[in-house]
Design a protein around this ligand. Sequence first.
Ligand code: IMP
Ligand code: ZN
Length: 371
Amino acid sequence: MSSTISGPAAAALNSLTPSQLKFIQMLPKAELHAHLNGSIPISVLQELAQEFAHLSDSGLTSDAIEEGIAKLRNGVVLDEIHDFFNLFPAIYALTSNPSNLRRATRAVLEQFLDGENPQCAYLELRSTPRETPEMNRRQYVQAILDEVERYPPSKTNLIVSLDRKMTGDVLRECVEIAIGLKAEGKRVVGIDLCGDPTAGDMGVLEEHLSRARAAGLGITLHIAETPANTAAETIQLLSYTPDRLGHATFLNDEAKSIVLDKKMCIEICLTSNLLCKTVSSLDAHHIRYYLQNDHPIVICTDDTLPFRTSLVGEYALLLAASPLGLGLTQDEVKRVAEMGIGATFQSRLNPPDAVRGTGQARKVETKARGG
Ligand code: IMP
Ligand code: ZN
């Protein structure tokens, strides 16, 4: 399942020698920050859109979806991060029933994990439970898990995302779904906080994150993603002692010292930050600060669909010479990849390679037989 690579990642990839490319491809890499609905291959989305057009009796809705897909196909230009969130309604219309959601999930998993040169050795995929006329939030998560659990736990697991706009009741429901499924031996390993970075009141999160942590789930929070995120909000989110942080672009000195002290791993998404214009250039990227401090980071794609990147493309941005990349040495890139492998919730919170529950073991065998 190949995806369209364009922009900064493509330029970096094209500048590499064949042996540099081979080096990146062969490096064991972990993808720990990939949003399901932002990572669907465009070809699969187009298939779903065509079926939607046949089935739908609402010409207007089909048109809106077509327009959304065309934008994604041609490459989106974002003036600022809020433009990015407007891309999702068209995608959501196509993944609003269990069958389409499973198809999309399967394609995302194949994109990262299958093929001759898999993008990564291990994937923690994340998604926000969504209630639609055709499924409730638990059924939404279950549909994704049905696909995730076709692979062994050493390959992939699921993080349940909370959206910053969720009410207290919905937050509680989502965390209960995650805890309940984990207790049943299902492969939920963590909780994420995502969504419009300027929305919501972060005070309501504490009790829900504490319950998730007590149940053995890892915690990752999108944090300080834009200059509009206040220092007070950032300190509040850090007080919930997350294991990992998404972006962490605009940290002040106080926040930096907490992050360094607690060794919270930073999920770095280079292309995402460049295209959303929260970082002006690779040279100015906060990854440099964490590298200088030998602080744990993991390189991730965020949303391969709108950002038209891949995990190999993001690693190319590390290795390529400046100005196309950061110009790290192969040893430095290898060290970064090792840090990512060491930051998985699977390795930190669960016994490695554990297959919990016979139902799960059966599904893994089915996959191994090609079923
Ligand atoms: P989903 O959770 O599988 O539906 O993936 C898409 C959702 O992820 C979007 O609607 C956003 O809420 C969230 N998301 C994707 N990328 C970002 C990001 O960079 N910052 C914050 N939220 C994001
Ligand atoms: Zn994200």
